[in-house]
Structures are given as structure tokens and as C-alpha cells.
Design a protein. Structure first.
Length: 134
């Protein structure tokens, strides 16, 4: 499986041409995460935190892994993707599949990020820490 090209293309466009779009995209992802059960998308909060710390300049991932994670979050946010979100259950299953793939594809980087958070005594739960650590 690979990330759908429209999501990866948008991620690369944002990273190259419109990085100012990242904070609002991260906020949309955080809102959507809050609507889902933790069991369904246990790793999605890690992806959102990964983007938050990257956007603020606190963490520097590889460009490839950043594009994978951002593309996955973009796909997750799109209500009309391969299986539209308004279709009960199935509408989120494709989102979960893409997020799971992103976690596998960027596993080494996400493991490094998790260790980076742990060394700073952070946990993945919300973006409230960002203001305290500036």
C-alpha cells in the first residue's frame, strides 16, 4: 500500500509552498481526533503531536517522513476520500488504514520522535505543552 498521490502531492505542496497552512491543518486534525474513539486510532495523536512539534520548529524530522505523516493526516481530514466519512463505519476504516500505513512507513522516525518526547518528560495527549516549552 502507498499513500494516495493526491494526499502526498498536497503534503509536498504545503511543505514547499505554503508552510503557513500547517498550523490550521494540525488544529483540524486535533478536532477530528477528539471525535473518534482512542481504540480506533491510538497512534493518530502521536502523528498530530509530531506535526505540532515540527511546525513550531522544536523537532526536525526527515523530509520524506514528514511528507508521509502530513499526507496521512491530510487524507484523514478529507471528508470525501476513497470512502466518504459520512458512510457509517466504513467511512473511517479507510482513514484508519491510511493512518496505520503511515505509522508503519514512518516507524523509525516516529520511534525517534517518541524517544525525543520521553527525554523531555512529555506524553502524547494535547498541544498544551507547546506554550509551556517556548
Amino acid at each position: 500500500m502507498k499513500l494516495p498521490s493526491f494526499a502526498l502531492n498536497r503534503a509536498n505542496r504545503i511543505l514547499g509552498e505554503a508552510p503557513t497552512e500547517l498550523p490550521s491543518l494540525v488544529e483540524k486534525a486535533a478536532k477530528k481526533v477528539r471525535r473518534l474513539s482512542r481504540r480506533d486510532l491510538e497512534r493518530l495523536p502521536l502523528l498530530v503531536e509530531f506535526l505540532k512539534y515540527t511546525v513550531t520548529g522544536h523537532y526536525k524530522p526527515s523530509a520524506e517522513d514528514l511528507a508521509i505523516v502530513l499526507g496521512g493526516v491530510i487524507y484523514f481530514l478529507m471528508p470525501l476520500d476513497l470512502v466518504p466519512d459520512f458512510i457509517p463505519v466504513a467511512g473511517f476504516l479507510d482513514d484508519v488504514s491510511v493512518i496505520a500505513w503511515c505509522c508503519v512507513a514512518a516507524k523509525e522516525e516516529l520511534d525517534r520522535f517518541s524517544s525525543w518526547l520521553a527525554r523531555r518528560n512529555f506524553t502524547v495527549d494535547s498541544g498544551r505543552r507547546l506554550a509551556a516549552n517556548r
